[in-house]
Design a binder for this molecule. Structure first.
Ligand SMILES: *[C@@H]1O[C@H](CO)[C@@H](O)[C@H](O)[C@H]1NC(C)=O
Ligand SMILES: *[C@@H]1O[C@H](CO)[C@@H](O)[C@H](O)[C@H]1NC(C)=O
Length: 293
């Protein structure tokens, strides 16, 4: 199996752990994501947030979402010294995030829920940081320097930003408004090929075994995860509860992604993907076959 995945984030780490400890076949991880499924026929699987999945699915209807590795209810850290104690205080403020990613959508949803439209605050782009000291242009550094009043992105940048602010840090999180749904994707062509499908099912079984360790025995993996993505093990442990290791496809996914696609379609000036098409995007058959192995 050839798997395209960002190799930088905590979310991806059950894959190398499954390959090393549980998968009997041969699998290689290459840096990339779901976009590679569309451009490179040799890629069998790809891992990304649902956001990148939806962006690709809009023009590649043969892509399928087959497994959620982890749900991550992202967090926002804000600076109390900027006068922020509740989300609506972000009106008129500078908020760091990465537009065009799941984090950009997360900020939009959190702000909308607090009654703020996109013109009510300024989005500032920046970079993440995996380990202190965080350099110029990274969000933890930018919040310390007051270049932003708050920021929201995947971990551990939020944790490092909160550490930098100390008692001035205020955290906002609401899983019912938004969670990243970091998942595995493939194509209908790969699923139709009996040999490839068998390998994918076996890989999902191995991932289930990896997630069992991540959920129930995390002390065994903090250091491995830290080494894989260049973090300190203590910070991995601190942000562990933000990561809801999954192994399923949630029942609300079709509605959740239909709503998200409306936002993405508007951002990209394209037609929305219908709810019927999004239902076809989610294929739970591989999870069922892996459970029967
Ligand atoms: C999360 O958002 C929902 C929907 O707006 C709201 O009902 C709930 O009170 C929020 N929870 C927290 C902890 O703010
Ligand atoms: C790997 O092979 C062993 C021995 O045949 C088997 O017990 C195990 O279930 C296999 N693991 C996976 C993930 O298929």
């Amino acid at each position: 199996l050839k798997i395209a995945s960002s190799l930088q984030w905590i979310e991806h780490t059950p894959q190398p752990y499954a390959i090393k400890n549980f998968f009997n076949g041969s699998a290689t991880l290459t840096s990339g994501g779901v976009a590679n499924l569309a451009s490179d026929k040799s890629i069998d699987l790809a891992a990304n947030a649902e956001t990148q999945g939806l962006l690709q699915y809009a023009s590649h209807k043969n892509i399928r979402m087959i497994y959620t590795i982890v749900d991550v209810p992202y967090r926002i850290v804000a600076n109390k010294a900027s006068g922020i104690t509740k989300l609506s205080d972000l009106k008129g403020k500078k908020i760091g995030t990465m537009p065009g990613t799941s984090a950009g959508y997360f900020i939009n949803q959190m702000m909308a829920n607090a009654g703020l439209k996109s013109g009510d605050y300024t989005v500032v782009s920046g970079n993440v940081c995996m380990k202190t000291p965080c350099g110029a242009g990274t969000f933890p550094q930018m919040i310390s320097n007051k270049q932003v009043d708050a920021f929201g992105i995947w971990e551990p940048a939020v944790e490092l930003g909160a550490n930098a602010l100390g008692s001035n840090a205020v955290i906002f999180q609401n899983a019912s408004i938004y969670r990243e749904v970091y998942s595995l994707f493939t194509t209908t062509d790969k699923l139709k090929d009996a040999t490839t499908r068998k390998s994918i099912v076996a890989f999902i079984k191995a991932l289930n075994q990896a997630l069992d360790v991540f959920k129930n025995n995390p002390d065994k993996v903090y250091q491995t995860v830290a080494s894989a993505v260049g973090m300190d093990a203590a910070v991995v442990k601190a942000v562990w509860p933000v990561h809801k290791w999954s192994g399923t496809l949630a029942s609300d996914l079709v509605d959740f992604m239909t709503e998200e696609d409306q936002y993405l379609a508007k951002q990209n000036g394209r037609a929305t993907t219908s709810k019927t098409d999004i239902a076809a995007f989610v294929d739970s058959s591989i999870i069922q076959e892996a459970a029967a192995l």
